[in-house]
Design a protein around this ligand. Structure first.
Ligand code: HEM
Length: 377
């Protein structure tokens, strides 16, 4: 990143992400210094920009924290925990924004974990759902008067978005999201992003990404044509994500979500084929195997879009860094930062959100079976 020194001084000035008085996971001075140093041979990404209402001013501590995350001066991961919620349904619970999310977190912990401890098909679908709701937003559309879509729940609340071809395979998880919304009475936009972030930490080795709630729901279908195609060129993909304020560096980190994934519709004769040898584990094997480094298990199906990104000079340097020894913590931090941005696209009340990270399950930084191949759940 060319703006490394600028970011570094900004980071020093803003006290290293200890803004809340608690040290966030992966948020030590050393961690951030190392990550910024690792990023120096990156792709010439421009300085990250603020989004939503933050562009008009930062008016709350939460708005400040989110702005710091977006500008890469504060960690998007945190280990803050130790919350015991008041009894469900009690007045104390109703008065505490995070209380209901604590009960949702407990339910999702069961729903998303398979018997061997890997994250299961509902977790994978929830991660993809989070992307498909939030990702349907673009700067160019907003500038042309279509500032809607994004992380607004419309993928589940509108009657038409679910029927778009790119959302094939998401019907079951949308059905579950509707059921959970009915049970817990929370907003759909938040529920979808909460589930996507919860699912990632449920996967062994996955980052514990900070969670913010309070988004507004919308039934208006998002503008069409804003999600990527598996056969798109690197240029098309990079331009599409740039238009979401997501630079190539962050795109390389985000598509790493395919470490956990399986495909059902790209090649129906290979239904269920995973994108690396360890679906359900949030490891960096995906980066190696997409580049063709090392043996490729027969069942692994590489997406053409991932292959072109692994080769493009704007995304390849980061790809290689993630794939190397020590790449896991670098990737986890970059994914957490990039996903926080993605999860807030189209949100215009960021200053008014509340942080509920304390209700999330603990991360699982080691997993004995991480290198078992192809155990699907
Ligand atoms: C270049 C951008 C991307 C393209 C072209 C792409 C394309 C795809 C395709 C074609 C599938 C398989 C669908 C099926 O056949 O069942 C898939 C699955 C998946 N994608 Fe992506 N994707 C992209 C980015 C992302 C991002 C940014 C995320 C998350 C942050 C994500 C998360 C997932 C997950 C978790 C699955 C697996 C779903 C499951 O196993 O049920 N993808 N993606």
């Amino acid at each position: 990143m060319k703006s490394t020194s600028l970011v570094l001084s900004c980071w020093l000035a803003t006290s290293l992400g200890f803004a809340h008085g608690w040290p966030a996971m992966g948020n030590t001075a050393q961690d951030l210094t190392r990550r910024l140093a690792q990023d120096t041979n990156n792709d010439g990404d421009t300085r990250p920009v603020l989004i939503g209402d933050l562009k008009n001013g930062i008016t709350t501590p939460v708005g400040q924290s989110i702005a710091n995350i977006l500008l890469r001066t504060e960690s998007a991961q945190s280990s803050v925990a130790g919350y015991t919620p008041p009894r469900l349904g009690s007045a104390d619970c109703k008065a505490d924004t995070c209380c209901i999310w604590s009960y949702i977190a407990s339910s999702l912990a069961i729903a998303f974990k398979g018997p061997s401890g890997r994250c299961n098909k509902y977790a994978r679908a929830a991660i993809r759902l989070g992307f498909h709701d939030a990702g349907a937003w673009a700067l160019s559309k907003a500038a042309a008067g279509q500032d809607f879509g994004g992380a607004d729940g419309s993928i589940a609340l509108s009657s038409s978005e679910i029927n778009r071809p790119e959302n094939n395979g998401l019907q079951e998880i949308i059905g579950l999201a509707r059921k959970w919304q009915k049970t817990f009475g929370v907003g759909m936009a938040d529920l979808i992003q909460f589930a996507a972030i919860h699912a990632v930490v449920t996967c062994p080795l996955g980052p514990r990404i900070r969670i913010f709630v309070g988004r507004k729901d919308s039934k208006t279908p998002a503008p069409d044509g804003l999600l990527p195609g598996v056969n798109d060129s690197a240029d098309t993909l990079i331009n599409l994500f740039n238009d979401k304020t997501i630079p190539p560096h962050d795109l390389a980190a985000l598509v790493g979500a395919h470490t956990s994934s399986q495909q059902f519709f790209v090649d129906t004769s290979k239904s269920g084929a995973p994108q690396d040898g360890t679906p359900g584990v949030w490891d960096t094997l995906f980066y190696n195997q997409t580049m063709g480094t090392g043996p490729l298990p027969k069942r692994v199906f590489r997406f053409a879009s991932d292959v072109v990104l692994s080769q493009d000079p704007r995304t390849r340097p980061e790809w290689i860094q993630f794939s190397r020894a020590g790449g896991q913590s670098h990737w986890n931090e970059d994914y957490a930062t990039a996903y926080t941005r993605l999860s807030l696209l189209g949100v215009n009340n960021i200053n008014n959100l509340a942080e509920c990270t304390k209700v999330m399950p603990a991360a699982q930084p080691t997993f004995p079976g991480a290198l078992d191949l192809l155990i699907d759940e």
